[in-house]
Design a binder for this molecule. Structure first.
Ligand code: FPP
Length: 255
């Protein structure tokens, strides 16, 4: 970590990082991977890895809010994760309510707005209730937007959006020629959230696993080897340093 970045974090005064020369990505998205491997290496059950992953999530949210990141999106449970053993699925789906029970007061104090991406209807009642309360209690907050992708899959999100667009078009409310990229974006779970600038997948795997496929068209990717339960402030800072070295051209050229 550079001295400048360390110094900034030492102050935690909310001053703009641009003064130190680092650009803070507006939207950081994270695929929280490697919980199972982390646990196996320690001779622990997979649930211990997920539980440790929840502590990493807490550290990362705090660091992101301190850094002034505007949008933080975390992949907590994919539409494919239902294929895991029932015991593991039940454990994973208990974590959001457990986390919100302990951390919602701090998140509210930090002016964080909580969102959920994905289809909540199929989730257990306790998860839906905790999500609904968090959404309602933080709806008016103006700080970091923290999105949990739960029962989220990017392909099904796109199918859902296309269905809505077709429905509107058939009802005569949407002219075929007027359908644009922006139209599709407004029907995605992420409507109103800017595309991610930086997508991080710890754990060493280098794939998107059905996460934000449409939204990540021009995201920068970083795949550190560290498993998610060991991830923290230092890694987020390293990610920002990596991001600052990237040359984002969006298909254009530098003149
Ligand atoms: C992938 O690691 C991780 C998950 C499927 C779950 C991620 C969830 C958390 C970190 C906790 C979420 C908490 C809240 C509050 C939303 P893996 O199990 O596939 O790891 P492996 O590839 O090493 O087996």
């Amino acid at each position: 970590m550079t001295h400048r970045l360390r110094k900034f974090l030492g102050t935690r005064s909310g001053q703009s990082l641009s003064r130190t020369g680092h650009t803070i990505p507006r939207h950081v998205a994270i695929i929280m991977d490697g919980n199972g491997r982390w646990a196996r290496r320690r001779g622990l059950p997979r649930s211990a890895g997920h539980y440790a992953g929840m502590q990493a999530l807490r550290r990362t949210i705090r660091a992101a809010a301190d850094l002034g990141i505007g949008f933080l999106t975390l992949y907590a449970f994919s539409t494919e994760n239902w294929h895991r053993p029932k015991e593991e699925v039940d454990f994973l789906l208990r974590l959001p309510s457990e986390f919100l029970k302990t951390d919602l007061p701090e998140l509210k104090m930090r002016n964080v707005r909580i969102c959920f991406l994905g289809s909540l209807d199929e989730l257990p009642a306790h998860t839906r209730e905790a999500a609904g309360a968090a959404l309602a209690e933080t709806a008016g907050n103006t700080g970091m937007v923290l999105s949990f992708a739960v029962n989220y899959g990017s392909r099904s999100e796109i199918v859902r959006a296309v269905r809505e667009v077709v429905r509107e078009s058939l009802a005569g409310r949407l002219v075929l020629e007027a359908i644009s990229e922006k139209t599709i974006s407004t029907y995605l779970f992420t409507a109103g959230i800017p595309d991610p600038d930086l997508l991080i997948r710890p754990g060493g795997e280098q794939r998107l696993s059905n996460f934000l496929l449409w939204q990540s068209a021009y995201a920068e990717f970083w795949f550190p080897r560290v498993c998610w339960p060991d991830f923290g402030r230092e890694h987020l800072l390293e990610a920002i340093e990596v991001y600052n070295k990237r040359d984002r051209r969006y298909g254009g050229i530098k003149l």
